[in-house]
Every structure is written in structure tokens, then in C-alpha cells.
Design a protein around this ligand. Sequence first.
Ligand SMILES: Cc1ncc(C[n+]2csc(CCOP(=O)(O)OP(=O)(O)O)c2C)c(N)n1
Ligand SMILES: [Mg+2]
Length: 321
Amino acid sequence: MAANERDMTFLADMLRIRRMEEKCAELYGATKIRGFLHLYIGEEACAVGALHALTPDDNVVATYREHGHALVRGVPMESIMAEMFGKVTGCARGRGGSMHLFDAATRFFGGTAIVGGGLPVATGLALADEMRGDPRVTACFFGDGAVAEGAFHESLNLAALWGLPVLFICENNFYAMGTAIDRAHAQTDLTVKAAAYGVATASADGMDVLAVHEATTAAVAHVRAGKGPLFLELQTYRFRAHSMFDPELYRSKDEVEEWKRRDPIDIHAARLRERGELDDAAFAALDAAAEAEVAAAVDFAEASEWEDVGDLLLHVTGGRP
Ligand SMILES: Cc1ncc(C[n+]2csc(CCOP(=O)(O)OP(=O)(O)O)c2C)c(N)n1
Ligand SMILES: [Mg+2]
């Protein structure tokens, strides 16, 4: 793909995530989406830049803030939206909801609600590939908060010890719920912790989709070449609250405004305008396409059925076959 075509795709994908999640926030207020909902708004460059550096045969594991990752990975927006509504046409039959998007067809292995819970899953997937001789990379996304969990340390240690093909991608947004990173980590340079296990490390500006893409491309090459796991830190920021129940008393409005000046969509769009590859009409067309995709996804979710009550024990241990 030519660089300009690729860069337009990056912009389109960031807009698709942004518009989808803005609609999710609205639908949450209307109680169409219930339970927990964690928005990724502000962090879109991470998923877009990183996932475009993988092949469709690679594995992806993410967190509960994973709507954007699922979408860029290729899970249809209709299936994501139906899952959020709890409808049977959702990617997890409506049983997972926002935090448990899952789609084996695109090798998107969740969506997990447990902080750090994806790291052992990713390490296990990579071990399976290694034992079978499958030349895949497993990309595992998680937050700065997960680095304080035992699962992080156990996973990095084993992945390094066994030389497993895992790319650990830490989306460092400097907060774990309401706890700022320097209130929870004695060592706030998270790459130092990964390096302690003998894992190669890199960092990139998570607000710049091209910087993310470049760093991830190099990281994937390292892992695919059999050089073992790599820890990639992407420094980013969430513009919205942690979840829908968060009064945000732990950070100042000024700080949030400061980061919003580095909106990943604006940064990338400005770059394309400077290069003469984007004008108002082209931007409006991309935005309109994203809005139309969202509207169709919501219509699909609304029109879909709930799972039949008689089927509720399907796939449950001890339930009907
Ligand atoms: C094992 C575990 N402990 C605590 C929680 C509650 N919890 C949910 S999200 C979260 C913060 C995680 O922060 P981070 O990993 O930085 O991800 P972010 O939300 O910033 O994307 C916590 C503590 C949980 N879900 N799982
Ligand atoms: Mg965080």
C-alpha cells in the first residue's frame, strides 16, 4: 500500500473508533448499553498504529478498553455494537458485553475484565505457536496499571525464559482508574521493569499514529525474527473518565485540556493537510463514512434479538449440550 493511502486508512480508522465510542456514550445514557463501559477516546493512535503492523494471522489480546482494537482488527462494527447491547448477534452472543469482545475468526482473543489477565493468555498463545512451529506473533495490549500485577511479572519472566514470540504493548495513559502512576509505581519508567526480565524494550509517542506504527513495525520484526519477546510502551492519555462511573476528581481539567491539544486525530489530520493529501471535503467524507457505519451498526443491534432464554445454559459447564 502506498504511504499516502496507508495514512488515510489510519485517519479513517481513528475516526471510526472515535465516532463509534461517542455513540456508545450516548447509548449508555439511554440505557441501551448497560454494565461497565470504558472508552478509548484519546488513545486511538495506539490501536490503529500498532494493529496495522500485524498480519491477519497474528494473535491479539486486549483489555476491557478494547472496542477500538476489536474494530481495527476487523471485527465488524455491527457485531461489536450488538455485543454491547447484549444481543445474540454480538461477537460473543451478547454474553460478554463491552469488556469481553471476542472473535476467533480475526484471532481477537479478548477482551478481559481482569487487570493483567490478558498477559498469561498471550504468553500461553505464544507458547502454543512455538510448540506447533507456527510463525505467529501474539500482540498483547494492557495498561500501566497491569504492570503492577503479578501476572505481568510472571508472564514477562516466562516469555523471556522460553524466548516466546509475544509483543507486550503497554498503553501507558498515566492512570489506573483514579491512581496516578507515581502513586502506585516506585519505578515509573515501566521499560526498566520489563528490562529486568531480559526483555527488549522500546517506547513511542502514543498520540502520533505514525510513531506508533513505526515503533510497532520494528518491534514485530524483532519478535518475528525469533529474538524473543519485546515490551513496547506507548505514552498516551484517555480524554474521558475511566468508566461511566467516574467523577474524575483525581486530575485537573487543565491537565486534560493540555493533552487534548495533542488529539491523535488532529495531529494526523494536520500532517496530511500539510502534505497536501487532505482537505476539508476529504475529511468530511471520511467522517461521514464513519458516522454512516455507526448508524448502520446501531440499527443492526436494535433490530437483533436477545438470546432465547431456553438457550441460556448452552456453553455453560454442566448445562445442556
Ligand atoms: C485484578 C484486578 N484488580 C483490580 C481491578 C479493578 N480495575 C479495573 S480497571 C483498573 C485500572 C487499570 O488501569 P490500567 O491498567 O492502567 O488501564 P487503563 O484503565 O488505564 O486503560 C482497575 C484497578 C480489576 N479489574 N482487576
Ligand atoms: Mg492506565
